[in-house]
Design a protein around this ligand. Sequence first.
Ligand code: F0G
Length: 531
Amino acid sequence: MNSTSAEPELSEPFLLGWLSSLGLDVEYIRGEGNTLYFLGEDGREVPVLDFAGGYGSLIFGHNHPEIVAHAQNLLASQVPVHAQFSRHPYANDVALALNKIINRELGTVEPYSAIFANSGAEAVEAAVKHAELDRVLRAQALAEEIDAHFEEARSAVRGGTAAVSAAARAQLGLGGGESGGPDSAAVVLEELVAEVTRRNAEQSSRPPLFLSLEGAFHGKLVGSVQLTHNAGYRTPFTALAAQARFVPRERPGALKEIIENNRAAVLDVVTEGGDIRVVPRDFPVFCAFVLEPIQGEGGINVISEEFARDIQEVCATADVPIIVDEVQSGMGRSGTFLASSQVGLRADYYVLAKSLGGGLAKSSVMLVRKSRYRDEFELLHSSTFAKDAFSCHIAHKVLDMLEAEDGKAYRLATERGARLTEMFEAVRADFPHVIKGTRGLGLMLGLEFSDQSESTSEPLREQADFLGYVIAGYLLREHRIRTFPTASAVNTLRFEPSVLLTDAEIDRLEAGLRAVCGLLRDQDGESLVRL
Ligand code: F0G
């Protein structure tokens, strides 16, 4: 199935070896709709039905003719792909189109400002950077307020109208001040100010904390990998970036508890009724809560409306901005433009990528609601390739296609997804001990197989930690079907085809899955595992 070469393999040879051991090291030479092609031994194209869908980046399939024609026209017209630091009306058009869709879906009117990037993880990090800038500026404003209160206290002491209360001195463990008089009152105040300043510096130098969900995946760059729950990806790099507290899924109350246990306070002084007192003020230690409405890589887990409500309420009370990562679930895949709109979650930030590039461009965007937006960010963050004309025009085309015919694509995602789920349920009903469950929304679906670590078949037992990959290898070898497990929940296969999915394609998948289930039921590891 592969082209061979005498040249050494220098591009991730270890990974290639691993793919090869599973029979997944195929070279695809062409893609169209939900089909990829490789060259068979006889030199003819062999079609493979693709449910991996570019990791969910192909809502309209491989090389959709309308998107391809649009791209060809752009190139033929010599669109200036890279014209940094100039007017980018095409980027604004995408931002306007996104606003129109999102406001309609959320029933809101507040605009969202758009910052473009090139990949999912990059846009997540842009959102995180923006949230951190906002946090730092809020902390600075708080520090300035406290400084102004020091001045108020100083002028009251100078005027003899107030003095540091004994309670305040005791609170901070300070002595002195008994002799009274303006001079010593001033000295006492300066001692108090010095102690408050010292304690506040300690608190405000604490690194920011992120909140994320158990099972979360937000990318693998230096910052985003720390929001990604899988310890294998995350822990070698913890020294490089700020850390997250991982909130258990679907346990209302857990988030509030984590916030309570990690909250920080600074001290402020209040001059009132002749007394100078010390009072605590909440310090913004949480940068943001970052979450996927449907976890992709973590096993296709949809958050419930109840849990979304809990998150919304707790974050609003604690003033923690919510970043909803719709990199995988967004762009119509769930049956609505944003999956979060189906569970009633309203975010301060949205992150989109994958299908925004129409399968041809690499593009992503993060959106910040106006009330949180800091325009200073525009001078602090940029990328050579972000906001380029080609990817913006393609993104606009994809948005037009999603919205066409009164949102036909969203309806298709819902309807095709329901049909696919119905098939999964039918297979599950026939193999209840083999399939543990089906999850997801629209065309972001997962099928969980039962654990095989106690299998009576030795090859199955040995490969139990890679079960999803073994099944993927079998489906490709024997049925010419491409699917992958969710890498952090390896017993779950995920299915993210395009909205063009046909009944015949669903039937082909059904035949493949029934064959897999039969082998697992019979514990026929020899046939399933590539030995
Ligand atoms: N956020 C989510 C929810 C994702 O699913 C991904 C990628 C990213 C961020 C990072 O995007 O790869 O463009 O930098 N998910 C891939 C997957 C890896 O397996 O679906 P990226």
